[in-house]
Design a protein around this ligand. Sequence first.
Ligand code: SAM
Length: 218
Amino acid sequence: MRLRHIPGSEQQIAESPYVIGNPEEKKAHWADVFGNENPVHIEVGMGKGKFLMELAGMHPDINYVGIERYSTVLLKAIRKQEALKLPNLFFLREDAGTLADIFGPGEVAKIYLNFSDPWPKDRHAKRRLTSPRFMAVYDRILKPEGIVEFKTDNQELFAYSLQSVPEAGWNVDWHTFDLHHSEYGEGNVMTEYEAKFSAQGKPICKLTASRKAPVSKI
Ligand code: SAM
């Protein structure tokens, strides 16, 4: 994604009521942020936030947190949320690697990874959000019965993930190479990238993953 610096973006993010600053201070206290005990679902690499905004409108009894590391992209999500004012949606300007400092053990019920950057070079495999390195981060914050849902148009990244996820100690509960023409497509909410790629005729791959065994420390 080509990013243009937007002057003043840092200050606008710092001042937004929809972005949680110093999120490490909220660790194990996300119920206080939302003012209720509803389950917390997060999207890592949410981009402009279309997917989460649609879900947050459909499910007022679920709390959503969108994580995006680039300010310029996050600002677009903030602008949309300023119009929608969804009470069950907040944003973080963070890298996925910091998530275990921000959410307590078992504080997250579901993690969405949508159209994550493919990092095609082998030497960059550790940066893929389905790599064992990141699955270990998700392991620390997800409830024992929590699930990870991953969608992509990228066949290579999907093939990699079908191997990396079990290697990291997770089950792939189910997967499809063509979500929109499969039994799993019902009720699917499209992300911004998904809408773009499927309009180009690209099939969308999806898997869901859960732990092989409950984690005793949670
Ligand atoms: N999920 C959105 C969708 O499906 O339309 C956006 C997909 S876009 C290809 C990937 C997004 O993930 C980008 O906005 C990128 O900045 C963000 N991203 C990539 N790696 C990340 C990381 N390690 N931590 C946080 N955000 C990340």
